[in-house]
Design a binder for this molecule. Sequence first.
Ligand code: PXG
Length: 460
Amino acid sequence: MNVPFRLSRATEDYQASDAAHHIHAFLDQKALNAEGPRVIVRGEGLYLWDNDGRRYLDGMSGLWCTQLGYGRRDLTAAASAQMDQLAYYNMFFHTTHPAVIELSELLFSLLPKHYSHVIYTNSGSEANEVLIRTVRRFWQIEGKPQKKIMIGRWNGYHGSTLAATALGGMKFMHEMGGMIPDIAHIDEPYWYAQGGDLTPAEFGHKCAQQLEEKILELGAENVAGFIAEPFQGAGGMIFPPESYWPEIQRICRKYDVLLCADEVIGGFGRTGEWFAHQHFGFEPDTLSIAKGLTSGYIPMGGLVLSKRIAEALVEEGGVFAHGLTYSGHPVAAAVAVANLKALRDEGIVTRVKSDTGPYLQSCLREVFGNHPLIGEIQGAGLVAALQFAEDKATRKRFDNENDIAWQCRTFGFEEGVIIRSTLGRMIMAPALVAGRAEIDELVEKTRKAVDRTAQQIGRL
Ligand code: PXG
């Protein structure tokens, strides 16, 4: 029986009303209206149900965020209890509250010791908006107000608000009114597509050195920080070569450019470490966080600061003219506390590192290692990407790789699994509570979707 819950309205009815009122994210609205969106009505564990009773294994944790899966009653109870006691208060009027204090104690007990302070936001985009102002303010306090430029990467993603769009490197977003002054970009470390004849190590080093060239071009005295995702998420789940991060860190230190890691996707256990920069072994000055902080149950994000930055703001900075109505919202904080405690005390992050993560990675390599359509498998912990290739020997990609991957995603839905396509890559990032049986199901349904894609284009 696949229909544990059903709302009374017909799917077509919801779809008509949806079409009448919504502009959906990153979609051609007219085309979507013609097709009609799936109406998702319920979630439990790793599974989602639509309004017609179809069940899907959610291989993407919603949008990379539901670390604990759906339906956790401890999180809803935490929200409800906090709403009963103190539904809202702020941190403006010389006030604070226990929920946000408890959250920060917990957060900093999980973070490396050189971080001390956080500015809470409602989302990852806001965390990166706050980042730009905080970094610029830091350099003002340090007596270097001309250090204003932020360097990001082409095909990086840091959110959809104006400054976050500009920091990111999605050109089609820039072209839709998404650019501001004092932002620059360097290339992404996407070896499979752009590495040419270089080894991954040579290519990683070369990409990192672009940062040095860019800093010298702009003048180190004008550059405030470099922002990047430890591994690219929305841009295609791209893991940089091992040579990349050490060289980036060396360059940032050399020119006193702040190293800003966007941990919105990589944070909270995704790679098996609490934060993705720990997986890659570098030490950022700031961390942008969101998504897994609350397992997506309620919006919350934040900007974590190193002691160096925090000390300057606190000891020398005076008033920092910044604040959001919902910064450190008590209900969001209470949910985050329950979420982080579960991730820690149920050994979920530890298990991703020691068991379920390696299991997913080895299953994928076993099933797709010799697949005629798959040229590369990347990932760690519970995040992975499969790269489609027309010719594996030369790493030639399909001209229409976008369409092929989209078709594979659609086959996935038909097989009852939600996986994501970006350019020519299929991405999966299931909830961190996934057990081996669910990982088996994810891999098997993905195999069916990839095989059907291969059959359709005559490659199997
Ligand atoms: N930084 C990173 C690295 C992200 O992935 C944001 C910031 C912005 O967070 P908010 O909470 O403002 O959305 C993100 C968001 C996808 C997808 O399909 C990825 C995101 C959002 C929506 C879709 O991969 N990442």
